[in-house]
Design a protein around this ligand. Structure first.
Ligand SMILES: [Zn+2]
Length: 441
């Protein structure tokens, strides 16, 4: 975003409070002739009126930056909705009001995308190989045909690999004899959520807020949406999505000797075969109970923005309290990013062979970036760190693995793609849904 934005309120400098509504209506008539906002204005309190008047003026003063054909009426409608939900006001520090208003109008998105060059066809080809590991394009548009799926091999090795993963997780949280599991108070996690949401909104560059339809503008409050994984309702869908997620990790993981490659698994072709296998897996004796317990120990999110965090501190001595404290923060960022990801980007997971790169890899790649920044901020403010996650023991730097992208091959895939396309293009795809910038049609 290199073009200068005008923050200039001189057109309304002489407007009294009483004249504010009339003036907002006049500005709206100029911006979007025919759009009648008069009925909406009746519902606005004083702060919302101020917000609307200043936001419309700001938008109007920056119209010159927008391309012809930009939908002003949609921008005004979004701003109207936002005035009812936002707490921002003109004069807020760091131009927070202006940044929110211009983001909601859609102007920031236009400028961000305008500043990015399209991806070269060479780079599209290169990232295409990462998205579709089983299908190698020859460069002339033809794609290697993947041999038939070796279902018996896949079933045997996948089931044993999954059992290892599940038992490993349960062991990790198994208390020793006479040992009691410790829990982090949920309220301290909610305090942390306020810091995370504010940071993500205002201190991670323009992309997270660049989506005019972002939940960040609808009054979403992360601190009110945090729940404990221990209270989660275990449904069939939940069990299935947990085992599907882990199956993909096992299938692509080097620790299982490239199982998907060995068994000719192609995500664009064999998704339903994998689903059937997972139904068989869940039908094995004792598995549903074990998977249910794993779900209650694993951070997760749902489409409505509910974020579940595991408050249980693992008893293992290898996992220090310090590591766990940072893991809470890292998981919160990860689950929150799921909620901020653009629906248009998420939809692409169905279209590629290794959909988990989109479902989880990009999420964790950005998680690691935000986590590194936030750790730097937090360690500068010990009072802040002490207030949330009030665990015993000194606050030491997080272990190195937490600073890097996790999620196995899916995370590494996202890292490789970001290296090719650059962080701005990856963010444009993830937050703004401009998927072609990440090499996705
Ligand atoms: Zn996730």
């Amino acid at each position: 975003m290199n073009r200068p934005l005008k923050v200039d309120y001189t057109p309304i400098s002489g407007v009294s409070k009483e004249q504010g509504v009339t003036h907002a209506k006049k500005t709206c008539d100029k911006l979007a002739p025919g759009l009648n906002i008069a009925p909406d204005l009746l519902h606005l309190d004083d702060d919302a009126q101020t917000r609307l008047l200043f936001a419309l003026t700001l938008f109007d003063r920056n119209l010159g930056l927008l391309p012809p054909g930009f939908d002003n009426a949609q921008a005004v409608k979004r701003l109207l909705r936002w005035t009812l939900k936002s707490k921002a006001l003109p004069g807020d520090p760091d131009q927070r009001f202006e940044r929110e208003a211009l983001s909601v109008s859609g102007l920031v998105k236009v400028l961000l995308l305008d500043g990015l060059r399209p991806l070269s066809s060479k780079d599209v080809l290169e990232v295409g190989k990462i998205y579709n590991p089983a299908r190698v394009s020859t460069g002339t548009g033809t794609v290697r045909t993947v041999p038939p799926l070796k279902i018996d091999l896949l079933r045997a090795d996948l089931f044993s690999g999954l059992e290892q993963v599940i038992d490993g997780q349960l062991d990790y949280f198994q208390p020793g004899k006479g040992q009691k599991l410790q829990r982090v108070p949920m309220d301290s996690l909610r305090q942390l959520a306020t810091v995370v949401q504010d940071y993500m909104k205002f201190q991670c560059g323009s992309f997270p807020m660049g989506n005019p339809d972002s939940p960040l503008f609808t009054g979403y409050d992360l601190s009110k949406r945090i729940e404990s994984t221990e209270s989660v309702q275990i449904t069939d869908d939940f069990l299935m999505s947990y085992v599907m997620n882990r199956a993909i990790g096992v299938g692509y993981g080097p620790e299982h000797n490239e199982l998907f490659t060995r068994s000719n698994f192609d995500g664009t072709r064999d998704d339903s075969a994998l689903y059937d296998l997972m139904q068989q897996f869940l039908g094995r004796p004792g598995i549903r109970g074990k998977v249910g317990r794993c779900i209650q120990l694993t951070g997760s999110h749902s489409g409505d923005g509910t974020i579940r965090l595991n408050p249980v501190i693992p008893p293992s001595t290898s996992q220090s309290t310090n590591t766990w404290r940072w893991d809470m923060l890292r998981t919160m960022i990860h689950e929150f990013l799921h909620h901020l990801s653009h629906p248009g980007f998420n939809a692409k997971a169905q279209k590629i062979g290794h959909g988990q790169i989109i479902d989880e890899g990009f999420v964790d790649m950005i998680t690691a970036i935000v986590f590194r920044q936030l750790v730097g901020e937090i360690t500068k403010k010990p009072d802040l760190t002490g207030r949330f996650l009030p665990l015993q023991g000194p606050i030491l730097p997080p272990p190195t693995w937490q600073l890097k992208t996790q999620y196995g091959e899916a995370g590494q895939g996202a890292d490789k793609i970001t290296k090719v396309v650059g962080q701005d293009r990856a963010y444009a795809a993830f937050f703004l849904g401009s998927t072609q910038h990440a090499g996705l049609k």
